[in-house]
Design a protein around this ligand. Sequence first.
Ligand SMILES: [Zn+2]
Length: 180
Amino acid sequence: MSQELSADLHPVVHQVWDALDGLTDPEIPVVTLREMGIIRDVERVADDAVVVVITPTYSGCPAMEQINDDVRSTVKALGLQVEVRTQLAPAWTTDWMSEEAKAKLKAYGIAPPNRQCGAPSQQVSVVHFMRKPAQAEQAVECPHCGSHHTVESSHFGSTACKALYKCLDCQEPFDYFKPY
Ligand SMILES: [Zn+2]
């Protein structure tokens, strides 16, 4: 994983990563920003200053402002100066979510994104904005009972990045985090 910490990182960078590990996604409080793949990098630019690179889950995500503020205040609390840099390319993809994040989503009652079949992970950002044809979508597993007998009731759920689904076996509605 690209976010794996290597032993030769500066202690300050380690300290910042550790502190940022406590930040959760404003829309899904069970997963951390790091597990979501939103925090991309921490760079030490001076003795007491770092740059934190973040990539929004999608362009115009309303939670980004809060994420910015959270990152800023968390790093400042360590006594460091911080610049939060938003990096838009390569675009965020649900492939950046850790397996742990997907498991937590499911436990929270949100179906995690199905892996994009055959899609290379280093796609040009433009591709991510295209709607995929419905038939390319694999069956979505119900996070409550594990059934694949599910239907989409609305393409937009509680937030734009989720779709509302219904399980035809246990009859429970649930959010599906759309892969892109
Ligand atoms: Zn079900």
